[in-house]
Design a protein around this ligand. Structure first.
Ligand code: GDP
Length: 212
């Protein structure tokens, strides 16, 4: 069973100075509102409503921390960042969150990788590229989940994946990978789960089993 299935709500923060102590590794999930971020977190954690799939995108702007536990020991965090790109958000709010997101992505020591949720029908947008630029400077890995791939044909998906892989070369030397994903059809679940666990637990796994 995936360790991610043990995720539980930990805390909500609105300001950087209230982030939890950074003594366990964390992975952040970012994406435009409505890209399918909550659904992806829920399916990866095998829970129905861990992340709240909001009916009113952009309303609930905060950072949600989910803890992953083994018995009662906290092992890691999954971090649900506020969705961006929602047109009805005022300029002040947008600037506030840009400041928080850029700071968090560039300076959070415990952050070991970024999962970027991109709607397969929309492709990589300017705002997604902004996230890549902010986090890319850290040289930590970025993995793109091309969500809602069930809404496209096989050949559309194949072309999309190829285009994205070409597009992200412009951000070199940032390490960026991408895969097709669907929460509803559970496509790409194993690949993303394995990668997330590797990012979070590689030290733990090699300590458990020296042959790993
Ligand atoms: P968020 O705003 O990024 O957290 O997006 P949500 O997870 O709330 O998803 C937005 C909408 O897209 C909801 O109506 C979901 O049911 C739908 N959705 C999310 N993932 C998928 C998917 O993989 N396939 C399909 N067909 N719909 C999806």
């Amino acid at each position: 069973m995936s360790k991610l299935h043990q995720a539980r709500f930990f805390t909500t923060v609105n300001e950087l100075h209230t982030l939890p102590q950074d003594d366990v590794p964390e992975i952040a999930f970012a994406g435009r509102s409505n890209a399918g971020k909550s659904s992806a977190i829920n399916v990866l954690c095998n829970q129905k409503r861990l992340a709240f799939a909001s009916k009113t995108p952009g309303r609930t702007q905060h950072i949600n921390y989910f803890g992953i536990y083994a018995k009662d020991a906290l092992l890691a965090y999954l971090v649900d960042l506020p969705g961006y790109g929602y047109a009805a958000v005022g300029e002040g709010t947008r600037a506030h969150w840009n400041e928080i997101l850029s700071n968090y992505l560039q300076h959070r020591k415990a952050l070991v990788g970024l999962i970027l949720i991109v709607d397969a029908r929309r492709g990589l947008t300017e705002l997604d590229e902004q996230m890549i630029r902010w986090f890319g400077v850290t040289q930590k890995p970025i993995h793109i989940l091309l969500s809602k791939s069930d809404k496209q044909t096989f050949s559309e998906n194949r072309a999309l994946l190829h285009n994205i892989q070409e597009q992200v070369k412009q951000f070199a030397p940032a390490q960026i990978s991408a895969q097709l994903f669907s929460s509803t059809k559970r496509v790409g679940l194993e690949e993303s789960d394995t990668l997330i666990q590797e990012w979070l637990f590689k030290d733990l796994l090699s300590a458990d089993n020296p042959t790993n």
